[in-house]
Design a protein around this ligand. Structure first.
Ligand code: PLP
Length: 377
């Protein structure tokens, strides 16, 4: 499989090159610059001669800083030796699925969800088993339904909260129930993709899977700098691996990419150790835009949009417009000059929905809605 956001991006660029003014609500990356003190730390690292290989699992100082950051945020003690620095969020999902996937086994994943989960599961030969995220429950899941789908062949469950593409946040009570229920299924590992862990709104707090002591020996927690510090192009992320898996994951790093480039690691260290005010300002802006876009979407004819509680995505239901998700995506882009992503790009359960990224200015969000409204009237 692939990630069709990149296809839409290419089409949006082609239309822009042909003279059409495009508003991009398709792309999943902050529209803010990486804070300057982080950029400077990356430049300084190169100037100071940090141009060589680093340890495959990452610079010790950075792994320690990640462990400290986790302790400060969620009060969980992590051994820095269990932290692996990787080039982005994606390598961790690639490695986890390679480790657990093979023909004859099952891997559960959110649907609609980040498209690479299903793509990787299929690539490994494992059977993908969807976890349905429902609009009615704010795109959370039912722990009971997830537990009911576990079989002796289930190897891995992938979770993602706050979620791409729905902006949903998993209900803490459901997560508690799931963690309790998993005690009865010790053969199942969990990959918890927490890359949007800083982006929760309306007073909600992030609940990490790392906070469940009973799951400590089988939770892989994925996070990184891409979204939180507006560093998608730097290619740096991390995961916390259980004791029994960390050695194997490090071997995959050696085979795959050797190590993450040194200057990105120094920049990431500055990100964790430095001032956080620009992160807070970015999140406040997202919160403001979130309120605007949800209200605007609910004002479009035959469109309804659930409250988006996290990340920077709104996932409105467009089924009553009579358009399929893909038709809506194409209409918005070709006729309205607004790039969005069809819900079906995130799995079959995304039919009837379109993902709007609000990583764009409030002015552009309002302008985009003014362009879409007459198309749906
Ligand atoms: N996980 C989720 C849920 C994402 O939405 C993304 C990127 O959009 C990633 C992981 C990948 O992040 P990275 O760009 O750091 O590889």
């Amino acid at each position: 499989g692939t990630e069709s956001a990149f296809v839409v991006l290419a089409r949006a660029h082609a239309l822009a090159a042909a003279g059409k003014e495009i508003i991009n609500l398709g792309i999943g990356q902050p529209d803010f610059r990486t804070p300057d003190h982080i950029v400077q730390a990356g430049i300084r690292a190169l100037e100071n001669g940090h141009h060589g290989y680093t340890p495959a699992n990452g610079l010790p100082a950075l792994r320690e800083a990640v462990a400290e950051d986790i302790y400060a945020r969620i009060d969980v003690t992590v051994n820095p030796d269990n932290v692996i620095i990787v080039p982005g969020g994606k390598p961790t999902m690639f490695f986890a699925v390679l480790m657990f996937g093979e023909p004859g086994v099952e891997i559960m994943y959110p649907n609609p969800g980040f498209p690479i989960y299903e793509s990787m599961i299929r690539y490994s030969g494992a059977t993908p088993v969807p976890i349905l995220l429902r609009e009615e429950t704010g795109f959370s899941f039912s722990a009971k339904a997830v537990l009911a789908k576990i079989t002796p062949n289930t190897r891995l469950i992938i979770l993602n909260s706050p979620s791409n593409p729905t902006g949903g946040v998993v209900d803490e009570a459901e997560l508690d129930l799931l963690a309790k229920g998993l005690e009865g299924h010790t053969h199942v590992a969990i990959l918890s993709d927490e890359i949007y862990s800083h982006m929760l709104y309306g007073g909600r707090k992030h609940k990490s899977l790392l906070t469940y002591p009973n799951l400590k020996d089988r939770v892989i927690m994925l996070d990184g700098w891409s979204k939180t510090y507006a560093m998608t192009g730097w290619r740096i992320g991390y995961a916390v691996w259980p004791e029994t898996m960390v050695e194997h994951a490090t071997r995959l790093c050696v085979n795959d990419h050797s190590c993450v480039n040194a200057s990105a690691q120094f920049a990431a260290l500055a990100a964790l150790k430095g001032p956080q005010d620009e992160v807070h300002e970015m999140i406040e802006s997202f919160d403001q835009r979130r309120k605007t876009i949800v209200a605007e979407l609910n004002n479009l004819p035959n469109v309804r949009c659930a409250d988006a509680a996290g990340a920077f995505y709104a996932f409105p239901n467009v089924a009553e417009t009579g358009l399929s998700a893909k038709e809506a995506q194409d209409l918005f882009l070709e006729k309205g000059g607004v790039a969005t992503i069809a819900g079906t790009s995130f799995g079959t359960n995304g039919e009837g929905f379109v993902r709007f990224s609000y990583a764009n200015s409030e002015e552009n969000i309002i302008k985009a809605m003014e362009r879409i409204r007459p198309l749906l009237a």
